[in-house]
Design a protein around this ligand. Structure first.
Ligand SMILES: Nc1ncnc2c1ncn2[C@@H]1O[C@H](COP(=O)(O)OP(=O)(O)OP(=O)(O)O)[C@@H](O)[C@H]1O
Length: 350
């Protein structure tokens, strides 16, 4: 069963054109001209119930606009949406009882009142029964270690404390689908790790579907098996992290430090049957790039163990997801080394 279904979704904004100079400003007063910005451009995907899916892209790629349509805040220009059995913007009141939303940059808590009072108000907004609320609150407060924070006003909380409270606020009504927009932004590594662990547990225990927007690819690595990547409003990748790494990753870089000169031709000769590429700054330091599909040990076995090659240090570096994604953003979809892919069951329009 799919928790989220998106078909040929579009959102276009009209943005007023500003003509330059005094004459232009006067003209603008009487006859306004507009440009159209296609923030989301014909995207289709579906997310099965219980999946944690990363939704990534550069600034302005269209992530927030998609989340706003999926949560019923914005009405699509065209296309079809179904989230948890509802069309979000048409059935907003019933729909919001099934979803949880956390916008890392904005708070849904009341700034000046105690956290627990905010939770009490949200209980009424979501129509949660007293007993269910108590049970759920106890579980969340214990899990996120909020005990002594409950009586404090939100304005007195640190960012990490506030973020933990935001999560509780979004989950009090036990939603089956949760949208997280930059939930770890600005947090230190300890709080980030706590939040990631919490989200993983929640997904495991309750089968919660999570759509996660983030610029922190460690969030994606820790939580998501699948990632959807946007560029200028279009999906340029929809698939597993592993596929992303094997398609786009440059493989593994092995760096050798030698105690005595070892010229590049000698090293190339040793690995002549392998499709690897060597580079060296000097005879004491060389690097070999091993493609993703090749085993690093095949290369090491050919270099290590020769009496005339004195290796003093070896460093092995994998291409990180961070580097891969940065490279894709840099090159854009048109010059990508591989065509955009959609894995089994997911639609993608590139
Ligand atoms: N209300 C609006 N009016 C006009 N243009 C808008 C509006 N909201 C978004 N846009 C434009 O739509 C495009 C997508 O914006 P969006 O905020 O969805 O991107 P994003 O991927 O969430 O970026 P970021 O990572 O910076 O939050 C941008 O070009 C943005 O300027």
């Amino acid at each position: 069963m799919n928790a989220i279904e998106v078909e040929h979704l579009n959102k276009t904004f009209k943005v007023q054109k500003n003509r330059g100079g005094l004459k232009g400003a006067l003209q603008d007063l009487f006859s306004r001209q507009y440009n159209e910005v296609a923030a989301v451009n014909d995207i289709s995907f579906s997310i099965p119930a219980g999946e944690i899916c990363g939704y990534i892209g550069e600034n302005g790629a269209g992530k927030s606009t998609t989340i706003k349509m999926l949560t019923g805040i914005l009405v699509p220009t065209s296309g079809k949406l179904n989230v948890g059995g509802y069309v979000p913007h048409e059935e907003r009141e019933k729909f919001v009882r099934n979803i949880g939303v956390v916008f890392g940059q904005r708070s849904q808590l009341w700034w000046d009142i105690g956290v627990i009072e905010s939770f009490g108000l949200l209980r009424k907004v979501y129509g949660v029964g007293e007993n269910d609320y108590k049970k759920r609150l106890d579980e969340l407060v214990q899990r996120l270690d909020l005990g002594e924070l409950l009586s404090r006003p939100v304005r007195k909380l640190s960012l990490g404390q506030r973020m933990r409270c935001e999560l509780v606020a979004a989950l009090l009504h036990n939603p089956s689908i949760v949208f997280l927009d930059e939930p770890t932004i600005g947090l230190d590594i300890i709080v980030k790790t706590e939040i990631r662990e919490f989200l993983k547990d929640m997904n495991r225990q309750h089968g919660t579907t999570i759509l996660l927007t983030t610029h922190d690819l460690q969030d994606i690595e820790a939580l998501c098996s699948r990632v959807i990547m946007l560029d200028e409003g279009r999906i340029i990748y929809d698939g597993g992290l592993d596929t992303l790494k094997s398609r786009w990753g440059q493989g593994t870089r092995v760096t050798f430090q030698f105690g005595a000169p070892c010229p590049l031709p000698r090293l190339r000769g040793l690995t002549s049957e392998l499709d690897v590429s060597w580079t060296a700054d000097n005879d004491l330091h060389a690097e070999v790039l091993v493609p993703g599909e090749m085993s690093v040990s095949d290369v090491l076995a050919r270099v290590v163990g020769h009496a005339d090659i004195a290796i003093t240090d070896i460093k092995i570096t994998e291409t990180t997801t961070d580097e891969i994604v940065r490279q894709i953003y840099r090159t854009g979809s048109a010059t990508a080394p591989a065509a955009p892919v959609a894995e089994g069951g997911h639609n993608s329009h590139a």
